[in-house]
Design a protein around this ligand. Structure first.
Ligand code: PGA
Length: 250
């Protein structure tokens, strides 16, 4: 079974509700009827109701950039899975490198969040990737294996179907430096082999692995066109409807 690509927009801490609504209103006609790939938008929590309402009934899913692993509680500033689902969110990013770097998210926290997301039937997009010093020290494979193994603690093959993985080399995020298709494919193969080791060949063959890091309309085809690359997680180039639509239609 070929894997259906997922093209995802990570808006990070950008856009007001009015700007988010204007994006969706302009974007939906550009991707109307496009069913070759899945499309998802990941806006800030305060934008979720606006974006979900604007995208209602379309081919565009909406998710959170981050969720908490607890069901509810005294966690100031956090968002629960129940809150996300109650406003209609269906996906969540987990362990984005900016969460790891600025908010001290560890593989252990990523693992807890993954368990909670799966329990709630929300599609988790688990982000992994090496920093530049790790790549230069030839540690990329070790880092990816550690992050994948850490994320998947206690996950069984039966639970794993909804999981999406995003390979995002940290040195390529927001820098304009993209991994070459060869580098991305090599990393994806390492990740898929680790998933096979932990969850079996069948899960590994089905799991979607996205590439992220300076994906733009002009490099999207060379990356997503690779058999090993099952979509993209797009930051900067997802903020404008025409640019993100061009990536969706790579
Ligand atoms: P970028 O961000 O496309 O701006 O490099 C990607 C990401 O952080 O998911």
């Amino acid at each position: 079974m070929p894997r259906k690509a997922l093209i995802a927009a990570n808006w990070k801490m950008f856009k007001t509700p009015a700007e988010a609504k204007a994006f969706v209103d302009a974007f939906l006609p550009l991707v109307a009827g496009h069913d070759r790939d899945e499309i998802a938008l990941f806006p800030s929590p305060v934008l979720l109701p606006t974006v979900i309402e604007a995208a209602k009934g379309s081919n565009v899913a909406v998710g959170a950039q981050n969720i908490h692993f607890a069901e509810e509680g005294a966690y100031t500033g956090e968002t629960s899975l129940n809150q996300l689902k109650a406003v209609g969110g269906t996906h969540t990013l987990i362990g984005h490198s900016e969460r790891r770097q600025y908010f001290a998210e560890t593989d252990e926290i990523v693992n807890k969040k993954l368990h909670t997301a799966l329990k709630h039937g929300v599609v988790p997009v688990v982000c992994v990737g090496e920093v530049l010093a790790e790549r230069e020290a030839d540690k990329t494979a070790d880092v990816l294996k550690t992050q994948i193994a850490g994320a998947l603690v206690g996950i069984t093959a039966e639970m794993a179907a909804p999981i999406v993985i995003a390979y995002e080399p940290v040195w390529a995020i927001g820098t304009g430096k993209t991994a070459t298709p060869e580098m991305a494919v090599d990393a994806h193969k390492i990740i898929r082999a680790e998933v096979a080791k932990l969850l079996g060949a069948e899960v590994a063959a089905a799991v979607r692995i996205l590439y992220g890091g300076s994906v733009k309309p002009d490099n999207a085809t060379s990356l997503i066109g690779q058999e090993e690359i099952d979509g993209a997680l797009v930051g900067g180039a997802s903020l404008k409807p025409d640019s993100f639509a061009a990536i969706v239609k790579y």
